[in-house]
Design a protein around this ligand. Sequence first.
Ligand SMILES: [Zn+2]
Length: 426
Amino acid sequence: MVLYIKNATFIDWENLEFKKTNIKVEQGLNGKIKFIDSIPDVKNRIDNNIKIIDAKEKLVTKSFGCGHHHIYSALARGMPAPIKTPENFLEILKYVWWNLDKNLDSDMIKASALCSALFCARNGVTFVIDHHSSPFSIDNSLFLIKEAFEAVGISSLLCYELSDRDGKTARDKGLVETENYLKAGNQGHVGLHASFTVQDSLLKKAVTLAKKYNTGIHVHVAEGIADQNKCLKNYNKRVIQRFKDSGMLDFSKTILSHCIHLNNDEKNILKNSNVWIAENIESNLNNNVGVTDYSKYGSNIMLGTDGMHCDMLRSAKAAFFVGQGTEKISYPEIYARFRNIHKFLSKNQYNGDGDNNLVILDYNTPTEINQDNFLGHFVFGIESSHVASVISSGKLIIEDKKLLTYNEQDILSFSKEMAHKLWKKL
Ligand SMILES: [Zn+2]
């Protein structure tokens, strides 16, 4: 299949240059796109190997990525209230998320991954960095998620959230799943929950594993102040110092999610390292854990959803509005954070985020849009509802808002069925 987009207004995601053009889209991982003057005339012949999309009056640009996701929370929407109303972040974990993830089975994980992939696709998100947890259904969980993502057509970088919170058996199964997944040649991190549920022996094992498979660590950092307090109490140092001493900050593939409660020394350590930070502002507001000024953390900052939803344009807008109060964030800076995932992926040579990942936006604007004012439209105008079609690694996966790779209704019926099964267990 050769894919062409005709009559496109193409926006280069890096320099925001607008170009009226036709595009030939190469198939496969890390494929390129080619701007061409005219597309082949297929009117008079039947050729099933050519697909032409007319993008007249539409915008075409690089698709989006999510820097920190949790597919495991996909079935939470509308679930029953917890037995106790949480009064702080640790109680939110205990009564909501740790109750949910402990009750997941392999079918629920599959349903969670499929519906997350579906909503990512609909929102123009073709690459997902996920952090998975299912302490009593660990075996094969990463493989299941990858399979579901691939069936829908989403590229991924996965990990299992290792922790000591559920005892030695769950911890060791997590290590085995992580190693099996990496050993099979899959793109993955070594995942850790957070400093306060990871003992030194596990931390050491995780860093050794990351070194062995040439990857990095993906971990929550100082999301709540309790993470710092427990680290100071147990190890007599702050979280970033503990993680630095472990060696995990030496990996350019390492992702530290949140990083809210850091002091200036910790911010400087991050600024002088090659690790990445994932900002998840809506989740932080929802959990009432605080917000921070990320401008002090260097430039390796990308955006995630923390599993709240699959809409990166929404995450960017939320980070922009909160960022007005915390750091007077500018249009170029919020756009850079939205797009930094592409830099993270290409610098670390991950597959699945090549130029042949595109969104076609049906964006009817009441005012002119051009290279000079694009960022104003990015912040105040362009939304996921404008995503008309999506191309992932050269393959058309959404056309006119319809998923082509998998039956949407099948995914949604399955996820509803699995959600009921899960809610009964909570
Ligand atoms: Zn998270």
